[in-house]
Structures are given as structure tokens and as C-alpha cells.
Design a protein around this ligand. Sequence first.
Ligand code: 5CA
Length: 448
Amino acid sequence: MRMTRYFLPVLRETPAEAQIASHRLMLRAGMIQQSSAGIYSWLPLGLRILRKIENIVHEEQIAAGHIPMLMPTLQPASLWQESGRYDDYGREMLRITDRQGRKLLYGPTNEEQITDIFRAHVNSYRDLPLTLYHIQWKFRDEIRPRFGIMRGREFLMKDGYNFDIDKAGAIHSYNRHMVSYLRTYERLGLQAVPMRADTGPIGGNHSHEFLVLADTGESEVFFDNRILGNRFGDRKLDFDNREECQGIFDEWTSPYARTDETHDPKEFEDQVPAEHRQTSRAIEVGQIFYFGTKYSQPMQAMVVDADGQRTAVHMGSHGIGVSRLAGAIIEASHDDKGIIWPRSAAPFDVGIVNLAQGNTATGEVCDDLCTALEGLGMEPLYDDTRERAGSKFATMDLIGLPWRITVGPRGLAVGEVELTERRSGESIKCTPEAAVNRLRSIYTGQGG
Ligand code: 5CA
């Protein structure tokens, strides 16, 4: 992509309204623009990041055996009246009346809607287990939207719903979600710790939140810091194997780790030696719930079991804050110059900086680099503007692409460009071909 043909409205000034790094950097890097309180447009660069995150979420859900679909943003109030939540949900729910006088709402979550779909089509235990999910915009009329997209009113969520014949089946679904979430966050370069959580207005009795430690987080958490040594890594796992999933669940949930709602100071002291007790602020990037027959019972989502009896299915719901993750990654990975994207979420893989726009030699090398990198399946962003070198470097550092190749007449005179890693700041001088080869070996593990 050539920058002169792109839309990248970076801001040189720090926006006064932004209190935390991710909000400031997302505005400055031209990722988002506020439309009204807690409601944002995702500009082209921001959308690329959102799509990268979404893709990883999809891949991990599908790997776990969960099935993607798409439900609408607007839901009929009647479904929520059936479950009893229409009145309970309170003023966070945006209620809408259409021209026929029918009551609708902009969905804050989809338990009722999915239960309605399920009951219309599934009648037998033979069709279970089933987990359906979607990635869709939600609306919650938060009283205090803040920190940009971190606590928005409109936000993108992955929400998944499992249907099982009994509690044991639903607990396996719960564990499977925990595993798939651990893998998702690790792929995004985040350490998200599952912590025992309150179930809130969603209800139920089995819930964990996933928290990324950050001073700017809105949650307060208490944990045994030995859990920070846990990594899922690239271990192989059979998602249908109950013991294996239970083993991962036990591994991650046996150390004490709780949010302030479930924290018990006495248990904390009893279970964790003083030197391992840690308290921190943290960002909630996901939550999983098992809630049994809370919705299936009132909404009559029944199946015939193996004994021929009609029985209400056991359910859970499982959410990942997809848009919030973009902010959480930035909170966890930035410096005073800008964002440092992990490769998995980067909007482009490599920035190419032409130090002498208009110079035939540098122009040709930059074009060749773009072609070669695209040929390898990588996505370069080529700064072909007439900005000063300092300003080009500042933009590249701000938007945080993992690599930069700098092409200038002085280097080319001796056949060299400069390849710089954003995270370490380390540079090497080499031929353009060597720079491409180096990136090829990093991205594809081939050649060198
Ligand atoms: N129905 C359940 C799970 S599907 C549910 O709604 N869970 S939730 O309320 O915990 O939301 C799931 C995730 O969405 C949260 O962990 C958080 O990461 C994200 N989220 C919630 N509210 C907001 C918000 N106002 N702005 C941005 N992200 C949010």
C-alpha cells in the first residue's frame, strides 16, 4: 500500500481528552475517531487491526469446534420479556420503538436470541453438544464511557453460547472455552489471567474473567504471582477430550486469582505465601459463564434425552471484547514514540521509508521491495510522501509496524538499505535482497 493513496490521518498533537496511552495512541495513529460519547468510527488502519484480531478469534473458536454465525444488532423486546431480563437489565439497554410501535432493543448480548434459534430447530440430545458464536457489535448505554474504545457504548464482542444435555457436558464446554481463550490471548501477545469472577446481571454460578495486567485497567485483581509463569505454548490438545481440557482448567485456576468482587482477604492469606501475593490493576478482555437452565427453562429450550424425557438444556455464554483487545494490546505494548504491534495484530508487516522521494534509484528499490514482499504474502506500507525523513520515522514509530526498511541515496550508493526492528530498535545495513530474505525467514521460517 502506498501512503499517498491511503487514508492515514495521524495527529502530531496529543489529544487533550485522552487520559490513557492506548486512547491517545489510537487517536494519534489515525485508528479511530469519536462519533459521539463512547461511539467510534474505525478508520482504515484501525479496521485492519480489528480484522486481524477477529481472524485470530475466529480461528481459535473454529479449532475448538465452535460454529460461527451472525445474529442482528436489533432484537425484539418480546424475547427479553420471556427471560425476564427486559425489566432487569435497566438503563444500560438502549430501547427503540419502530414505526409500527413494536419494541426493539440494540442487543447488549444475545442469550435470548440464540436460545430462540436453538428451540426452533433442536429437539433431541443427539444434536448436542452444540456451540454457536458470532462477532457482532453490541450497545450498552454505559453511564461513564471512557478511555476510548476500552469502555465504549458501542463495541465489538465475540459471544458464544453452548448447549449441552447436562451439567457435566456444559462444564466441558466451559473448560473448552477457557482453553480456546488462553490460546487466543497468547497469539495476540497478551498474558490474560483467568480469575474467578462475579456473574453480574447475566446470572449463574460459574464464571471467570480474563485479565491483562495494566496500571490503567479498570479492575482490581488479587493473585498468586506464580500464575504469571503459566504459558499454553504450542502444546497439542484434543478439544473433545474432557480430561485434557479439565487438566488445563485446573492448571490455570488452582492458583489464587480473583477480581475485587470475589476476593476474600482471609483465603488470599491462607492460600498464598506473602512473597507471592500480588495486587494489580487489570483490563478485562473476556468472560466465560456457565448458567445451567437460566434461559432454557423460562424459554422452553427443551430436548428429548436418552430416556425419552423432555429436559431443559444446560447453557453457558462466553465473551471476548474484540474491540477492547485493540486497546489492551497497546496498553501492554508501546513506548514513548508510539505503538509496538505484535506481528499477529499488526496492520501492515513492514514500513518502507523512501528518504528521497522523486529520486529514481530510491524509488525503484522501494517499488521492488514492495513487489518482493507482497510476493511473499507480506503486507508493506510504503511511505512515498514528500514529508521530511524525521516526520516519516515519527509516523512509522507511532503506528508501530514490526519492521521498517529505510531506503536513501547515501546507502544505495554502497548498495545498502537499513532494516530496523520496531520492538528492539535494532538496525542492520544490508542489500535490499538480504532485507527481504531476512523477513522471509522470520515470517515463513524459510530461506535466509
Ligand atoms: N453474554 C456474556 C458473555 S457472551 C457477556 O456479555 N459478557 S461480558 O459482559 O463480560 O462482556 C464480554 C466482554 O466484552 C468483556 O469481558 C469485555 O472485554 C467486553 N466489554 C464489555 N463491556 C464493554 C464495553 N463497554 N466496551 C468495550 N468492551 C466491553
